[in-house]
Ligand binder design. Sequence first.
Ligand code: ATP
Ligand code: MG
Length: 327
Amino acid sequence: MTTLTIERLSRHFTIRDGRHRTVLRAVDDVSFELRSGETVALVGESGSGKSTIARMLARLTRPTSGRMLLDGVPLKNGYRAVRRYRGDVQMVFQDPFGSLNPAHSVGYHLRRPLRLHGLAKDSASEQRGVHDLLDRVNLRPVEVVARRYPHELSGGQRQRVAIARALAPRPRILLADEPVSMLDVSIRLEILNLIDRLKQEEDLAVLYVTHDLATARYFASSIMVMYRGQIVERGPSDDVILGPSHPYTHLLASAAPDPDTPRPERADLRALRGGQQTQSDRSGCLFRPRCPHAFDRCPLPVPMFEVAPGHAARCFRHDPAVAAGPR
Ligand SMILES: Nc1ncnc2c1ncn2[C@@H]1O[C@H](COP(=O)(O)OP(=O)(O)OP(=O)(O)O)[C@@H](O)[C@H]1O
Ligand SMILES: [Mg+2]
């Protein structure tokens, strides 16, 4: 059983525009946990900070503040600690075309991590390892596929190779950042089913970053909704999608082509067009310029309110004090 705990993680970027400098809070005080055998989906519009979170978890980007613990132990710095961590936590990227080197065969891509992490002693065990990985991602006949080059594979096959490569160091956590959004619609489910099967077989903890609420609901046990760097709603997948409690989640769910999800009210459609807040204006609810339900409390700092067990939303409409009193 593995748990990756993320505590109050933030990542700020300094943006220089001529003489002006502004701080962009790409990720702002985010906490959650990934556990073996569970998929957590991270959804939200473009620029909301999803990839920045995945990259911090993969230790490709340094957090500005906050900490991460693997099985209760804070992550250490230093070459050996980072290398061991990178074996435990692997990432699958969005672009299967960019993530494989066109000059190297499939076999090369899979041998390298086996060697790097000391999982193959000689070339015979290396070859067995490569064939076993290809078999696990259903790329057969394994001997033939191992000799192929990336340009000889379809997008879906390449993504399978990328997944096999991620599995090579025997990770316990898989970070999948929009793993199917660049693939043909017809093969997306195949790849997601593969990740889901591997999660069960290898007892992986999976972070699934996506724009697609329907697959988030289907593959993840819980969903976190991000808006401008903050988690605005979290909870069991069905609860979040069927009973969205934050106006932003409601908007996302109503825009999704899923017949089960609630349809938008006319007033909500205004929110789709949006209103702009400046980057530096981060007091109170960040969604309020777009929110059809905004009221006088919304400029105040807003915590998460529990709407049901395990289901919470960052919205004053769920403050028991507001619900009880006059508005
Ligand atoms: N290296 C960087 N330097 C400056 N700004 C950055 C950097 N990386 C990300 N950002 C900014 O941080 C914000 C969050 O970016 P991020 O890539 O995490 O969003 P995302 O939710 O993954 O979006 P998408 O759905 O488009 O992939 C964006 O405004 C982005 O422009
Ligand atoms: Mg992204």
